[in-house]
Design a protein around this ligand. Structure first.
Ligand SMILES: Cc1cc2nc3c(=O)[nH]c(=O)nc-3n(C[C@H](O)[C@H](O)[C@H](O)COP(=O)(O)O)c2cc1C
Length: 497
């Protein structure tokens, strides 16, 4: 009895102490809030005003899990993400009952199914495609779907390793992004595209220009199949790469030639390239020194300006042409960029792709210049749409991030990515198990290709590259749909219908 009374007394004391501490803390916060000058809400509503910040933060998570509908979120909705997550398992990726997609939204692509599609034994596999026939070592690219540039630095060591091993397993290429070539890109024998950003990380000379000596050496690497000169990316046209200082650890610093903790800010364009003439000169030079095919990546502002590039190629001769052009849509992703550029600068891929394909074809360069498209093309229908319109290849960055387990926490710029993909914090990287994730990367790529083939068969052709503009209809503002070849007829005689 005595012991029970004693316990009760202790509990009562504890209770009073906790309440007392809470009251004192509230009083202290009240004084702090009402006397501080930086936050008007906290000054006018001391203590309670603090909950606003907390709820705003928690709202991000609650919305994603409880309130947002399947097709609602941005940049990628739950339906798009879930498709990737299921695809990574390499199992049946079917859904039940019916589509949750609203088919009345203008711009929605609808594929034109054939009355008599090919039979199972009439399916063909997509042939590898040659890129850069005039380079000393042309590249025979096996896959229509590949991994877009994300630098080591923007993404973590295990993420790069899983992408490298996944790319090797699936037979697709991995673009290094503008941070240079790290040992982690080469943990497996995958095809690599070496991206040359404006800071020339990995190929820099002492003055920040391109070192021919380093370029020659990288060119001898049999894994490096092509070089991509980055003029711009969709998320930040006119702005160079931004690697926040928190993400520059010793190794990233060594690879890029920076100090630990120093932000990696690339120039907003290549100093040596002032016009299309310079661009073709630079492409020719890199091709000559490295021996490998060379192209460039850009985002389109207005296609009118780009016509001058094609005119110049015709003047100089088709050999002078870039071996490929990567068109990144304004909706493209990034590790870090200013919001106005992410949101509203650069043409979306849905507009840019047909314009550049048409220019290329109008100048008779279809077989000379390969077109690679990117910009939220992460599900099979997006990829099939791009191939219908004339892209030769599609690449994705964020689709592959989802395959690595990305949950769209939108923290790529803070070194606090909860899934270990865009952080150098070893505690968070522990969550990304390369052994598991590389298989998922490969499964995702294979599933995309398989389902693009399924769409191709459904529209009546035996493999994806036979799809044409007439095979996709685009929903208009009044809810009706029009075949894309009626909206924008193709210049290419093979694909004109
Ligand atoms: C984390 C991250 C890092 C990126 N790093 C680069 C880069 O180094 N160079 C580049 O050209 N693009 C970079 N990008 C852009 C992608 O390569 C791609 O062009 C863009 O995200 C569109 O593809 P997506 O919509 O499939 O992500 C990056 C994107 C992300 C999300």
């Amino acid at each position: 009895m005595g012991a029970a009374m004693y316990a009760l007394q202790v509990l009562a004391l504890l209770f009073v102490a906790v309440i007392g501490a809470a009251v004192m803390l509230t009083a202290a916060l009240y004084v702090v809030d009402s006397t501080q000058a930086g936050d008007a809400i906290r000054r006018n509503y001391p203590v309670i005003g603090r909950f606003r910040g907390l709820f705003t933060k928690l709202g991000e998570f609650f919305r994603q899990y409880f309130f947002a509908m399947d097709r609602e979120e941005m940049p990628f909705n739950r339906a798009q993400r879930e498709w990737v997550y299921h695809a990574t398992k390499g199992k049946d990726n079917t859904v039940a009952f019916g589509s949750t997609r609203n088919l009345n939204i203008p711009g929605t692509p609808i594929f034109v199914n054939a009355v008599f599609p090919p039979l199972d034994d009439q399916f063909a596999t997509t042939e590898p495609m040659v890129i850069g026939p005039h380079a000393r070592v042309p590249y025979v690219a096996r896959s229509i779907f590949n991994i877009s540039g994300m630098s080591y630095g923007a993404i973590s060591r295990p993420a790069v390793e899983a992408l490298s091993r996944g790319a090797a397993k699936a037979g697709i290429w991995l673009n290094t992004g503008e941070g240079g070539l790290s040992p982690y890109h080469k943990v497996a024998d995958c095809d690599l595209v070496f991206q040359i950003g404006t800071a020339k990380f990995g190929l820099r000379d002492e003055t920040g220009g391109l070192s021919d000596e380093k370029l020659r050496k990288v060119g001898t690497d049999p894994q490096v199949k092509m070089f991509e000169l980055k003029l711009a990316q969709g998320a930040k046209p006119g702005k160079g790469g931004i690697l926040p200082g928190e993400k520059v650890n010793e190794e990233v610093a060594a690879i890029r030639g920076l100090k630990v903790g120093q932000a990696g800010i690339s120039p907003n364009r290549h100093r040596e390239i002032d016009d299309f003439g310079d661009l073709l000169d630079m492409i020719g030079h890199i091709r000559e020194v490295s021996g490998k095919p060379v192209g460039f990546k850009t985002v389109i502002g207005s296609s009118d300006e780009w016509e001058n590039l094609f005119k110049l190629i015709i003047e100089r001769g088709p050999e002078s042409a870039p071996d490929f052009i990567t068109i990144d849509g304004g909706e493209g992703g990034t590790g870090a960029a200013p919001m106005p550029l992410i949101d509203l600068v650069g043409m979306p891929i849905r507009e840019a792709l047909p314009r550049i394909v048409d220019l290329r074809d109008r100048y008779g360069l279809k077989d000379r210049i390969r077109i690679i498209a990117s910009g939220k093309l992460v599900n099979p229908a997006d990829v099939a749409w791009a191939i219908c319109l004339g892209a030769d290849f599609v690449t994705s960055a964020r689709g592959f991030m989802f395959s690595l387990g990305c949950i769209q926490a939108l923290k790529c710029n803070r070194n606090t990515c909860p899934t270990g993909i865009t952080t150098h914090d070893p505690r968070l990287q522990k969550g990304l198990v390369v052994e598991d994730k590389y298989v998922k990367v490969a499964n995702y790529a294979r599933s995309i290709i398989k389902e693009v083939e399924t769409i191709a068969h459904s529209v009546g052709v035996s493999e994806p590259r036979q799809m044409r503009r007439r095979h996709v209809r685009i929903v208009q503002a009044d809810g009706s749909s029009i075949p894309f070849n009626k909206i924008r007829p193709s210049y290419n005689p093979d694909t004109a219908k």
